[in-house]
Design a protein around this ligand. Structure first.
Ligand SMILES: Nc1ncnc2c1ncn2[C@@H]1O[C@H](COP(=O)(O)OP(=O)(O)OP(=O)(O)O)[C@@H](O)[C@H]1O
Ligand SMILES: [Mg+2]
Length: 304
């Protein structure tokens, strides 16, 4: 793996709180890597240690060959950072903010083009306080991109946004990857992690629970799928129970709930329906998602 970030045995405590407790992972060049976990899991702490904004108590971190604590100045030129719940001055305009940020770097990108990319050109003279949540978030992402960084850090990038604004941001993040950059993000939205991230690491109470592609994690932790069939056909329950790979069939009136190995369950159920010429009133599949992986591995549901 061509790793741009290497974290080994990272530890960070605040007084008696152990926020990050021996975390290790690599982020590959050009991927969207997501750190997911519940409130207080240690996501922001981990990310800000990697960015050089907080000093770890133990372990090693390498970002683009630099040590975030020792080489913080050199690193700032090469990374872009969007902080969780960042705010700007109420009456700074979009354009002023971009120009101000650009002035902080040796080789900033063209501000106008950046605003075009993020769909903010029309809003360039608007005050920060008058922007919608999605526009504010787009501006914060623009500011994280102003120095044309190699690695972009986005902490909770769509929290509090409506589904439409969220999708717009996802497209922007994919665009960042398409331009060859690496994206390291945190989220508590499992749908966001599943759709956007090439790989995710699950963190809970400061420890890494598992790491992989969303599909890998689902296969590993939630190997069971469910198909619900509503049918009046006599003998349907017995027919479903005989399907290869089925582990249980429960029925409540005409509603049959079939559980089995996620791999081939849906195909096998369809084959059985066709072979036995069973008429159905309704069919529903419940395939496991990252949300289920999260519940399975942490025993907790996500906040929204
Ligand atoms: N500056 C700080 N001083 C003291 N404790 C802190 C500080 N920052 C974080 N913590 C504590 O460290 C733990 C991890 O916090 P962190 O902000 O890293 O979690 P998070 O996963 O980002 O949570 P969220 O999903 O709410 O953003 C929490 O128990 C938190 O209270
Ligand atoms: Mg956080």
């Amino acid at each position: 793996m061509d790793a741009v970030i290497r974290v080994r045995d990272l530890r960070k405590t605040y007084g008696r709180t152990v926020a990050v407790d021996g975390v290790s992972f690599d982020v590959a060049r050009g991927e969207i890597f997501g750190l997911i976990g519940p409130n207080g899991a240690g996501k922001t702490t981990t990310m800000e240690c990697v960015e050089g904004l907080r000093a770890p108590d133990g372990g090693t971190i390498d970002v683009l060959g630099l040590d975030p604590v020792r080489d913080v100045r050199a690193l700032q030129e090469r990374i872009g950072v969007q902080l969780q719940e960042a705010q700007l001055q109420k009456r700074i305009t979009v354009r002023e903010a971009v120009d101000l940020w650009a002035a902080l770097y040796r080789a900033p990108v063209d501000g106008g083009r950046l605003l075009d990319q993020l769909g903010l050109r029309e809003k360039q003279h608007a005050w920060f306080m008058t922007l919608s949540g999605g526009q504010k978030q787009r501006l914060l992402i623009a500011l994280a991109l102003v120095n044309d960084p190699e690695v972009v850090f986005l902490d909770e990038l769509t929290t509090g946004l409506d589904p439409q604004a969220r999708r717009t941001i996802w497209e922007l993040v994919r665009g960042i990857r398409a331009r060859g950059k690496t994206v390291f993000l945190t989220t508590h939205l499992m749908e966001e992690a599943e759709r956007l991230c090439d790989r995710v690491a699950i963190i809970d109470r400061g420890r890494l629970v598992d790491l992989g592609t969303p599909a890998d994690l689902v296969r590993r932790h939630c190997p069971t799928a469910t198909v619900v069939i509503v049918t009046e056909a006599p003998g349907a329950a017995a027919a479903f129970a005989a399907i290869p790979g089925v582990t249980s069939v429960a029925h409540d009136g005409d509603t049959h709930t079939i559980r089995g190995a996620a791999g081939g369950l849906v195909t096998e159920v369809i084959r059985c329906l066709a072979a036995r010429r069973i008429d159905v009133r309704d069919v529903r599949t419940e395939l496991p998602t990252l949300e289920d992986v999260f519940l399975e591995t942490t025993g907790r549901a996500m906040r929204d």
